[in-house]
Each structure stands twice: as C-alpha cells, then as structure tokens.
Design a binder for this molecule. Structure first.
Ligand code: CP
Length: 308
C-alpha cells in the first residue's frame, strides 16, 4: 500500500520511530527546515477540517516544501462527477504526496490503490483517522511516558467517532491496557471493533453509561463530540448531543495525573473552565498533530534527516 490508510499498517516499532522523529523535530526544528525543499503536498479535503488540513499544510511548510489542494468538494471537479480514482491519478502529476479526507468510508483506500504517490487518509467517514491516532499516541507518550499499563476512558460518540476506532486498535497492541467505553446505548462502539479488535485479542474492556463512576480509575479520559454530520435524524442528534459534559466538579474524583484528551473540535463536551485545569491536554494534543504529521511526511517520502 502506497501511503497510510489504517493505523494498523504501522508496526509498533514504526510508530516508535515516528514519535522519536516528532520529538526530535520539537527539540530541533531548524534541522528539518529544508528537509522537503522542492516537494509538494496536495491536501484533498472533501469534508470540512481545521486541525488536520492546516496542520498538514503547516507541517509541509515547516519542512521547506509547498502545498496545493482544495478544502471542499464543491471547489473540486468531484462536483462535476469526477471519481476519486481519476482525481488522484491527476493530482499525482502535480504533487509528491496526498492527504485526503472524504465522507465515504474507504475512499482514501481506493485512492491509494490508484495513486502513483503516497496517499494519507486524513479521515474517511465514520471509519478511520490514522494521523489523529498518531497525534494521540505522541500526546500519550509525552504526557504519560508509556502506552502500556493504562486505563483509558473513551467517552461520547463511540459509534461514529472515527478517532476512537483507530485509537482502540492502536492501543490494543500494548500490555495491560484497559478500556472503559462510556457512551449512550445508541452510540456504543461498532460490533466490528468490539468483536474483531477487543474480544478477538482478549483486551480488558467495560461498557458503561456512567462517566462519573468511571472517573477515579482513569489514566486517560478521551472525550469526543457527538458527530452530527453522521446522523440521519436531527431529533436523535439533539437528544444525544449533550449526553456527557465534562466539568470541573466532575474532575474532583479523578487522578491528579489524569490526561484529558479530545480530538477537537469540541462543541459542548468539555466546559471551557476545564481548559485551565493542568490535566487538560487537548490543545497540546492539537499542537502535537503538526509534529507527528511532519514525521509521517518524511517517512512516506523516504527522506532521512541526520541520525537522531
Ligand atoms: N481532529 C480533527 O480531525 O479535527 P478537524 O476535523 O478540524 O481536522
């Protein structure tokens, strides 16, 4: 496969290497400032994005490269009926690497199979978001110093939240990770995640509706937005959207070194006064996204910068 479509394509040693590079970039940005000189990244975003698209673009600029692309399907020829396969064939003539977000699950996979240049899945429908998972793993490594022996609470829309599916898959490979899956009944994790990832690999997990009861045992609390754009029925979204709101009082029973994460954007899931709590990691998480995407671009383009 040409590119990164699913986080499980990466072995744990490859993830470790990406994290090592990202940490080196954070410490020594100048060393990487011309690493991608003359290279071009195409960002093909058929769905809205702030963090993923702009952090990819900032990543390429900070590597000395260039960026082209579009930020909505309406401004591309897909609005005239062009297929994803034809789009990436053509963009491969103009760019060295592609980051693609698409509402249809599997569209970036189709693109990668057709493309002459690496394709990175920047989020496909409710399915996967591997570079968010790399961002989350860099954040966990920097905040907790390990991926094993962690109790990880995932809270909110576990059905449509693609970042949750990728993160569960990635963390399931580490020793003694327990998942506490906190969601309304209607938004539990999909069967394929429960059966093919958790049960198949004998991973310790519980499913609950009660965030406050779960709080004291958590090392990480990963809040998620209820994904309005994936609902067929607006009334269901309105009924479920505020199922969980993290507030300062709810954090009273939490560990002092809890790491509160959220892929963002948030709507109402985390009260803004939680931002001042030292356990709030979600803005650092968004910042980390640029550095891990720099490391990924380097890897996929086969560019090595001095031994670290
Ligand atoms: N976390 C994330 O994917 O954010 P955007 O939708 O803003 O890219």
């Amino acid at each position: 496969m040409n590119g990164l479509i699913d986080i499980m394509q990466l072995r744990t040693d490859e993830i470790d290497a990406l994290i090592k590079t990202a940490n080196d970039i954070i410490g020594n940005p100048q060393k990487y400032a011309q690493a991608c000189a003359g290279k071009k990244l195409a960002t093909l975003f058929f769905e809205p994005s702030t963090r993923t698209r702009l952090s990819f673009e900032a990543a390429m600029y900070e590597l000395g490269g260039h960026v082209l692309g579009f930020s909505e399907a309406a401004s591309s020829s897909s609005s005239k009926g062009e297929s994803v396969a034809d789009t990436v064939t053509v963009v491969g003539y103009y760019a060295d690497i592609i980051a693609m977000r698409h509402p249809k699950e599997g569209a970036p996979l189709v693109a990668a199979m057709k493309s002459s240049v690496p394709v990175i899945n920047a989020g496909d429908g409710g399915h996967n978001h591997p570079t968010q998972t790399l961002t989350d793993l860099l954040t966990i490594q920097r905040e907790k110093g390990r991926f094993d022996h962690l109790t990880v609470g995932l809270c909110g829309d576990l059905k449509f939240g693609r970042t949750v599916h990728s993160l569960i898959s990635a963390l399931s490979r580490y020793e003694k990770v327990k998942f506490v899956l906190i969601s309304p009944e209607e938004l539990v994790i999909p069967d394929y995640v429960r059966q093919e990832v958790l049960q198949k690999n004998n991973i310790d997990f519980v499913e609950t509706r009660d965030l406050e009861a779960a709080m004291p045992e958590l090392d990480i609390l990963y809040m998620t937005r209820v994904q309005r754009e994936r609902f067929f029925n607006e009334a269901d979204y309105i009924r479920l959207k505020d199922s969980y709101v993290l507030t300062v009082p709810k954090l009273q029973s939490a560990k002092s070194d809890l790491c509160v994460m959220h892929p963002l954007p948030r709507v109402n899931e985390i009260a803004v006064d939680v931002d001042d709590d030292p356990r709030a990691c979600y803005f650092k998480q968004a910042q980390n996204g640029k550095y891990i995407r720099m490391a990924l671009i380097l890897k996929l383009l086969g560019i090595e910068v001095d031994a670290q």
